[in-house]
Design a protein around this ligand. Structure first.
Ligand SMILES: Nc1ncnc2c1ncn2[C@@H]1O[C@H](COP(=O)(O)OP(=O)(O)OP(=O)(O)O)[C@@H](O)[C@H]1O
Length: 350
C-alpha cells in the first residue's frame, strides 16, 4: 500500500481585500470585499513506501499548502488524502508519532536554550524511552557531525548547524514519513551536501518515505528519481525526473557581456532575448543551434564575456506554464489519466 495517497485534493482560501488609507479602513468596518484563492485544485498522486519524491513548482504553486494538508495543519476544501492509512487532518495521536515535517524557514528549536533541551522536550512529547532517546541522538548527531553542538545555545549556531539539529529534533521519534519544505534554503554548498547525504542514508537504512519540496534543483536531482510538478495549484507532471531534464535540455541560456550597448532588435537575430540591461544580455537558444549562434555572436558583436548555461528545471517550468497550468505552444502536451492520477509529457523522448 502506498505511504501517501492524494486524491483530488483541493484547498481554497477565503479572505478580504483591504485597501490602504483611513477612509478605506472606516469603510471596511461596514463592507469588506470577499475574495477567494484556489491554492490547490484537485491534485492526485501517490508515494510508495521508502520512495523519495521531489515536489516541484514555482513560487505560489501550492506546494506548502499541500504539505500542510498532508500533515494535518490545514483542512482541505475538497478531496481525500491518506498518509500511512491515516487521514492527516483528523490529527490522531498515532499518526502524529509516525510523520515529521521540517520547514527550512521555520524553527522548532528554542533559540535561547541549547538544542539538547529542545530534544528533551520532544522526547517527552513523543513519549520516547530513555534508552531509545540516547541511541537516536547519538546516531543522528554522529551522522550529521554535530555531537559537540548539542549543548550550544541555538541562537549562537550557524544556519547550517541549526538545520542539522532541526533534523535531529524532527527525527527523534523515528518517523516513517518525512515531509521536507526547503531543507537546504540559505545553506552553503558543503552543508547542503551533508544534509543530502544524511537524507540518503536515512532513506536507505530506515526506509523513510520522503516528500521533498525545494527550489534547489541539486536537492531534487541528487535525491529523487521521480518528481511531481505543480503549477497554479494543479499537478502538471508526475514521473521520471530525467525525462523533464531531457526536455529542458533542448534549450540553452547564453549570457553575453558587451563592450558597448547593442540594440535589442539586433540581438533577436541570435535567439529569444530574455533580458538586456545596458551591456548585459541574456538569450535563449535552441540546443541544436547553440554552436552556430555562439560563433555568430562572437564574430558579430563586441563581446567581453560569454557563458552558455542550462535552463534550470524550475525556471523552464515557470516560463512554459506561466498562466496557471495553461501550456503555451512550445510546451509539451500533458496527458492525464485521471483514474490513476498519472500525468505524462507528450513529445518527450523516453
Ligand atoms: N492563508 C492564505 N490566504 C490566502 N491565500 C493564501 C494563503 N496561504 C497561501 N495562499 C496563496 O496560495 C497560493 C499557494 O501558496 P503556497 O504557499 O502553497 O505556494 P508554494 O508553492 O509553497 O510557494 P513558495 O515556493 O513561494 O513557498 C499562493 O498564491 C498564496 O498566496
Amino acid at each position: 500500500m502506498p505511504a501517501i495517497i492524494v486524491d483530488r485534493l483541493s484547498k481554497s482560501f477565503d479572505y478580504y481585500k483591504k485597501e490602504a488609507g483611513l477612509s478605506h479602513s472606516f469603510r471596511n468596518l461596514f463592507y469588506r470585499k470577499p475574495l477567494r484563492k484556489d491554492a490547490v485544485t484537485e491534485i492526485s498522486f501517490r508515494v510508495e513506501e521508502a520512495e523519495m519524491v521531489g515536489f516541484l513548482g514555482p513560487n505560489g504553486a501550492g506546494k506548502t499548502t499541500t504539505l500542510k494538508m498532508l500533515t494535518g495543519i490545514l483542512h482541505p476544501t475538497a478531496g481525500e488524502a491518506s498518509v500511512l492509512g491515516y487521514v492527516p487532518w483528523e490529527r490522531r495521536k498515532a499518526f502524529k508519532k509516525q510523520f515529521a515535517i521540517v520547514m527550512g524557514q521555520k524553527s522548532q528549536l528554542w533559540w535561547d536554550l541549547p538544542a539538547n533541551e529542545s530534544l528533551m522536550l520532544n522526547k517527552c512529547i513523543y513519549e520516547i524511552e530513555d534508552r531509545s532517546f540516547g541511541r537516536i541522538v547519538g546516531e543522528l548527531s554522529e551522522l550529521l557531525d554535530v555531537r559537540d553542538l548539542l549543548s550550544v545555545q541555538v541562537r549562537r549556531l550557524s544556519l547550517g548547524e541549526r538545520m542539522k539539529l532541526e533534523l535531529i529534533a524532527a527525527l527523534l521519534h523515528e518517523p516513517k514519513v518525512l515531509f521536507l519544505d526547503e531543507p537546504t534554503i540559505g545553506l552553503d554548498l558543503l552543508s547542503q551536501r551533508k544534509i543530502r547525504e544524511f537524507l540518503k542514508t536515512l532513506n536507505r537504512e530506515r526506509r523513510t518515505t520522503v516528500l521533498l519540496t525545494s527550489h534547489n534543483m541539486n536537492d531534487i536531482v541528487d535525491l529523487c528519481k521521480r518528481t511531481v510538478i505543480i503549477n497554479g495549484g494543479k499537478v502538471i507532471y508526475d514521473g521520471d525526473l530525467a525525462k523533464v531534464n531531457g526536455w529542458l535540455d533542448q534549450r540553452k541560456i547564453v549570457r553575453v557581456s558587451l563592450a558597448e550597448p547593442v540594440e535589442r532588435r539586433r540581438l533577436e537575430a541570435y535567439g529569444i532575448v530574455r533580458s538586456v540591461e545596458d551591456v548585459e544580455a541574456v538569450l535563449e537558444v535552441e540546443k541544436t543551434f547553440v554552436k552556430e549562434q555562439a560563433k555568430r555572436i562572437l564574430d558579430d558583436l563586441p563581446v567581453v564575456d560569454f557563458t552558455i548555461e542550462d535552463v534550470s528545471i524550475e525556471e523552464g517550468i515557470a516560463q512554459l506554464y506561466r498562466n496557471g497550468g495553461e501550456e503555451n505552444e512550445s510546451a509539451p502536451e500533458i496527458r492525464q489519466d485521471v483514474r490513476h492520477g498519472v500525468y505524462a509529457l507528450d513529445g518527450v523522448p523516453d
